[in-house]
Design a binder for this molecule. Structure first.
Ligand code: AHR
Length: 654
């Protein structure tokens, strides 16, 4: 594998030897098309334990006993074994969304007799001095039952505890909540509940949340993970997938209506990434929907991103069952789309707007766009898309529709869809590219010749996949190639209206797919080099394209240089982005058209590593990290020094 990269570098080097006296001519006085405020966004999918076990801060796995194996994640320990002391009951005739619960029979139990221990999602991340909120639903006829709630470290030492006594509730389910403080930090903690008393107790929704969630919301999200998103100032957030929108079959598709309202009423389903890759199987991966559509909209609002939901178009994943809804039975799917717009935007007096208001958000979420289908293709897709388009545009003419162009950015399937979708005048075509770094370098000019029509491109999922054993890594080569490619998107911001890297999150102990933008364990989070590329593009997106050429041509790989420029109107700054993909410093003269002065000052932010294989990690989160320096250029032809293998953002007040 390494040989491939060496050969590639050699090629770049030979190209680099050809040209000299490089000058970037920047048409500062000729601003072009606008850069959309939504240009750089993020794509969230519950893959790699991105939601459950990730950003959704619930620490108890299988809290409602609805996994295929009802006690998965739980360990039952009895010191005086009694048959039937722990039973799984199913009330599905009364409660289809959350049928199972646990019934525990206590026979003059003392604390030592019976306990349930939850292992968490690859352990529980516990922080010393932090308050933890424990809660559960229960029903019991016996008064005085006592629960001992304890956090255990990896050596079974207690590191935080509380007791809960219960009054009789009869057959009525009640919620009980209690908080306590952890005395130790532990990445692989567990939760043990022991019981004391006499009688029976029914239990459900056993839950533990840290109190340091994003915005301190109870039952909320991991603040450290959301913070990294907020820091990017993403223009939009695409959710909830990805393939999980499609489902293995239609029964497992993502249905947003089942993800709103009280969490105990949200019906869990298997996560398709549970079994999709046998080599990375995750038998305990389910979607509890504690993070549902209301929370996605709220997250978008919190971080200032436009919400971009993707809905199932009546097709299951075409790599799996490829089930289709007959066209004459598509109405409920289309209705879901129309109802979602009402849920997000409708007045609190409307049916779906009221549900949003009851959940605590009377104001609208200002939803403006929606994806119909994820990676769907073929005439069967077009037939379904047309019906969605007709119904949505009839009711909401300004609403933007994003259509899929399949799984690949080229080939017959892509060409057929690209052509047909343009004829259909969809607002955005969603292109996906998971390709090797070489593809990203050599496609920096991909959009230079694209048609300039009302149909724009949405680069909805992309990532450079270097071939590094044993798994594809987020190394500097991958990130550098993405930066080179993104200069091409920026130069063509009149064609490409939105772009998002994929997937967003991965847990170091629970991932299925790599590379990914942000990695976490139970206590830590770090951005990959790719993350910093995305962040730098987003924070420096500017407002208008500025022409930038070398020898009268856009800079798309000549001398292994890739460049673009924008004007940042509010900041009154010219922003130049340059990638030097050679292992040596390159000098480039800067000619700013119309600028008389010989002295250029400003700021350079540089992301650089001499080692293309360098990665960030939990232990070394900043091995590749942006460094800011002052820029001061003078002389007849002010020149930039571009470090080996570097991505540079140059901001010049103008
Ligand atoms: O991002 C991982 C998967 O890649 C997405 O679910 C799918 O859309 C794509 O194939």
């Amino acid at each position: 594998m390494k040989q491939n990269v060496t050969f590639f570098i050699f090629l770049l080097l030979s190209l680099g030897a050809i040209a000299q006296n490089k000058t970037f001519v920047v048409g500062v006085n000729r601003p072009g098309a606008a850069v959309s405020p939504t240009m750089y966004g993020v794509f969230f999918e519950d893959i790699n334990m991105g939601a459950d076990g990730g950003i959704y801060a619930e620490l108890v796995k299988n809290r409602s006993f609805e996994f295929f194996k009802p006690l998965m994640g739980w360990k039952v320990e009895q010191h005086n074994f009694r048959e039937g002391a722990v039973l799984v009951l199913n009330r599905k005739e009364k409660n289809t969304a959350n049928p199972r619960f646990l019934q525990i029979t206590l026979d003059h139990n003392s604390k030592e007799d019976l306990s349930l221990t939850n292992e968490g999602f690859r352990g529980m991340g516990i922080k010393k001095g932090l308050r933890y909120d424990f809660s559960f639903l229960y029903a019991t006829a016996a008064p005085g039952i006592k629960l001992y709630v304890e956090l255990l470290d990896r050596d079974n030492k207690i590191m935080g505890a509380t007791t809960v006594t219960l009054s009789a509730s009869g057959t009525v389910w009640k919620k009980r909540a209690v908080s306590f403080v952890a005395t130790q930090t532990e990445e692989k903690g567990r939760l043990r509940i022991s019981f004391e008393g006499d009688g029976k107790i029914d239990l459900d929704m056993i839950s533990l949340f840290p109190s340091d969630t994003w915005k301190g919301r109870k039952g909320g999200m991991r603040a450290d993970m959301v913070q990294l998103l907020a820091d990017m100032k993403p223009g939009f957030i695409r959710f909830p997938g990805g393939c999980i929108v499609e489902g293995f079959d239609l029964s497992q598709r993502y249905q947003w209506k089942k993800t709103i309202g009280p969490v105990e009423e949200r019906q869990l389903i298997i996560n398709r990434w549970n079994f999709e890759f046998p080599q990375r199987a995750a038998p305990d991966y389910f979607q509890t929907f504690g993070l549902g559509f209301f929370e996605y909209f709220q997250l978008a609002e919190d971080i200032g991103a436009e919400p971009l939901p993707i809905l199932n178009c009546g097709m299951a994943c075409q790599f799996n069952s490829a089930e289709l809804v007959p066209l004459d039975q598509l109405d409920p799917y289309i209705q879901d789309a129309l109802d979602l717009i009402e849920f997000a935007n409708g007045p609190a007096t409307s049916k779906w707007g009221k549900i949003r208001a009851d959940m605590g958000h009377p104001q609208p979420f200002h939803l403006k766009m929606m994806g119909v289908g994820n990676e769907n293709w073929g005439p069967q897709y077009l037939a379904r898309l047309r019906l969605f388009q007709k119904a949505i545009k009839a009711r909401y003419p300004e609403f933007k529709i994003i259509a899929s162009s399949g799984t690949d950015p080229d080939g017959k399937r892509f060409e057929y869809l690209n052509d047909s979708l343009r004829k259909l005048k969809v607002d955005f075509i969603d292109e996906h590219y998971y390709r090797p770094p070489q593809w990203f370098f050599s496609n920096a000019a991909r959009y230079d010749q694209y048609p300039r029509t009302q149909t724009k491109v949405f680069a909805g999922e992309y990532a450079s996949h270097p071939k590094v054993a044993p798994e594809k890594k987020n190394n500097w080569l991958a990130a550098l190639s993405e930066a080179a490619f993104l200069t091409g998107l920026e130069r063509n911001a009149d064609v490409v209206g939105m772009a998002s890297y994929a997937p967003l999150f991965a847990h170091v102990d629970g991932w299925q797919w790599a590379p990914d933008l942000i990695w976490v364990d139970n206590l830590n989070v770090f951005g990959t080099p790719d993350y910093y590329v995305q962040k730098l593009f987003s924070l420096n997106k500017g407002t208008k394209i500025i022409p930038l050429t070398m020898d009268h041509k856009p800079v798309t790989g000549q001398d292994s240089l890739y460049a673009s420029a924008v004007w940042d109107e509010p900041a009154k700054e010219l922003v130049i982005k340059v990638v030097n993909a050679l292992p040596k410093t390159q000098t480039v003269a800067l000619s700013l058209e119309g600028l008389k002065k010989q002295r250029i000052t400003g700021k350079v932010t540089r992301l650089q590593s001499d080692d293309l294989y360098r990665t960030n990690s939990i232990k070394t989160p900043r091995a590749v990290y942006p460094v800011e320096t002052q820029l001061e250029l003078s002389g007849k032809q002010p020149a930039l020094q571009l470090a080996p293998y570097s991505f540079n953002i140059i901001r010049i007040p103008y």
